[in-house]
Design a protein around this ligand. Structure first.
Ligand SMILES: [Zn+2]
Length: 563
């Protein structure tokens, strides 16, 4: 799901290309521990096999899923991993079943807004999109009161609650996208200014509205704060919507979630005798109070429901002294399967970069840790399914962890590595959120790499790959990649490399492997991941989120029970 981007510029010194070739001295880690070599040939084989046409783009729950999982398990076994899960029969198993439900909306009525003697009828697709998280064949909401809740944020650690004093039961929340200080240039605001926090993500808005008991939620779209145009909203909300199946079929969610175009929202606020721009300004102020709009909303539609099961793969290398403490390495194995054919009629989205490279990195790391011998803690290798459908495999794992999250130290998530040369910098998606940054700074120092936050922090990329399913439940996770400042060609070359992938290969049949691939940059990244994961596995530290970080409270709570 990640669209990649050019990286930021870090603060540390510049490095000579030769040193970047990871000379002998650079292969030593702390205490003289040697870093095993990254097996490039093995990685090429894994990428080639997983992105072959035979696996038809690795669609989850497709006919090719079983063959794909056979490849992964065979590679895990060759790397000496043990099955990490237990099956229904109590026997060891490589797999965790992930039950999913998909819903496709149809027969949408207009979104009708009445009150103040006015009647507005918004058209589906053009003015609004909607869907139900509740697994029900029909949704009907009639005359539900509208309440404007600003950015719809409830952040106790920041003393901010846009729902303070209102009972949302049976009402519809009207919510702004992004977080209250998104328009700032710097990252100094209460919600980190221009950097999007999870409170700014559309998924959070709907989750919080449900927690508040709202019957519906209407998110006001605006291109800048959303970081994408209405076309993206419209296309991603048409077709099947995928969810992790839950025992209560999501009965605790709102009856409908929706987006509305800014122009339509402006006429809605006007009908309430209010001005959207003025209300938006008020919502950005601390102490904002929810505003009943004196209007009622009605909407109905049908949902076609499909249920299926896909699988996460779970392998492990048991620890020695602390086997019940866990360090994770993860990557998603799924991709789009068959997709929109290109001019030559090729309709297989092979997913060599996304995420054949991540899977190859997982296997290479398992081999490196096998070569280094067992660590103090248990190292776990997770191959997620259903990432492309909304991080569902990692979401299901995080809700049903095979290894307790409170006993999970942290880990590294790997998604879509680019073939190309080595870099002089490392980009930290999400910026400095946790004490893991200290380990990264130390390792980067050893390798004389500069570190820096990712560019376009306002787009919230930290919340758009699998590590986030664990992070939002408190587990500190690395999501780092080599930067754009390439040894050969500098930032210009790095940005061109990223641009070429996004424009010409991202989620297209052309994302295919070739023996001509320059693997040096990917080898550099895997070496970096080893140097981040292994010290965590050999150590006794419990890196936490920084004070004030949005996930700190959750972690403290989950760890409180195990001290
Ligand atoms: Zn991906």
């Amino acid at each position: 799901m990640t669209i990649f981007r050019a990286f930021g510029r870090g603060a540390f010194g510049v490095l000579s290309a030769s040193a970047l070739a990871l000379s002998g001295t650079a292969r030593a880690m702390d205490a003289g521990k040697v870093v095993p070599p990254v097996d490039e040939a093995l990685m090429r084989e894994v990428i080639k096999t997983l992105s072959a046409d035979e696996l038809a783009g690795r669609g989850p729950a497709s006919a090719e899923e079983a063959a794909t999982l056979d490849v992964i398990v065979a590679r895990f076994m060759a790397a000496g991993l043990e099955p990490g899960n237990k099956g229904q029969d109590g026997q060891k198993s490589w797999f965790q079943d992930v039950p999913t439900v998909s819903m496709r909306g149809s027969g949408f009525s207009p979104l009708s807004i009445t009150g103040g003697g006015k009647m507005l009828a918004f058209a589906h697709g053009k003015d609004f999109v909607a869907g139900s998280y509740r697994v029900v064949p029909e949704t009907v909401v009639k005359d539900a009161e509208l309440v404007f809740v600003g950015y719809g944020v409830n952040a106790p650690e920041l003393g901010w609650n846009d729902y303070a004093g209102v009972d949302m039961k049976g009402k519809v929340a009207v919510i702004l996208v992004n977080d209250p200080d998104f328009a700032m240039e710097s990252e100094d605001g209460p919600f980190k200014g221009r950097r999007m926090t999870y409170y700014g993500r559309w998924t959070y808005k709907f989750e919080e509205a449900a927690r508040q008991g709202a019957v519906g939620a209407i998110l006001v779209h605006d291109t800048f704060p959303a970081a994408y145009g209405w076309n993206v909203v419209e296309s991603s909300w048409s077709g099947d919507q995928h969810f992790v199946a839950t025992p209560n079929d999501a009965a605790d969610q709102t009856a409908f979630n929706s987006w509305i175009q800014k122009a339509a929202a402006q006429s809605m606020f006007k009908a309430a005798g209010k001005d959207l721009a003025a209300m938006t300004a008020a919502a950005g102020q601390k102490g904002f109070k929810p505003v009943p709009l004196g209007l009622k909303a009605s909407l109905s539609f049908k949902s076609a429901i499909t249920r299926s099961t896909s699988r996460n793969v779970v392998g492990m290398q048991p620890g020695t002294e602390a086997p019940d403490e866990y360090v994770l390495y993860s990557a998603h194995w799924d991709h789009l399967g068959r997709c929109k054919p290109d001019a030559s009629g090729d309709d297989i989205c092979n997913g060599a970069v996304d995420n054949g490279t991540g899977m190859a990195a997982l296997v290479a790391l398992a081999e490196m840790n096998k070569a280094a011998g067992p660590a103090r803690r248990t190292q776990v290798y997770l191959a997620w399914t259903l990432e492309e459908s909304g991080l569902l495999g990692s979401e299901y794992y995080a809700r049903n962890p095979v290894f307790p999250l409170a006993q999970t130290v942290g880990g590294v998530n790997i998604d879509a590595l680019y073939p190309g040369g080595v870099a002089r910098d490392v980009a930290v998606t999400g910026g400095n959120k946790s004490e893991l940054s200290a380990l990264l700074a130390k390792v980067a120092g050893e390798l004389q790499l500069k570190t820096g936050p990712e560019d376009s922090s306002e787009k919230g990329y930290y919340y758009r790959s699998d590590h986030f399913s664990l992070a939002k439940r408190g587990v500190p996770m690395f999501y780092v990649k080599r930067g754009t400042d390439l040894a050969d060609g500098g930032v210009a070359a790095g940005k061109a490399l990223a641009e070429d992938y996004v424009v010409n290969r991202y989620h297209q049949p052309s994302d295919e492997y070739s023996d001509n691939w320059d693997m040096r940059g990917i080898v550099q990244e895997v070496d970096l991941y080893y140097r981040l994961g292994r010290p965590l596995a050999d150590g006794a530290d419990w890196p936490n989120w920084n004070a004030g970080d949005e996930f700190r409270a959750i972690r403290d709570q989950s760890r409180a029970g195990v001290k």
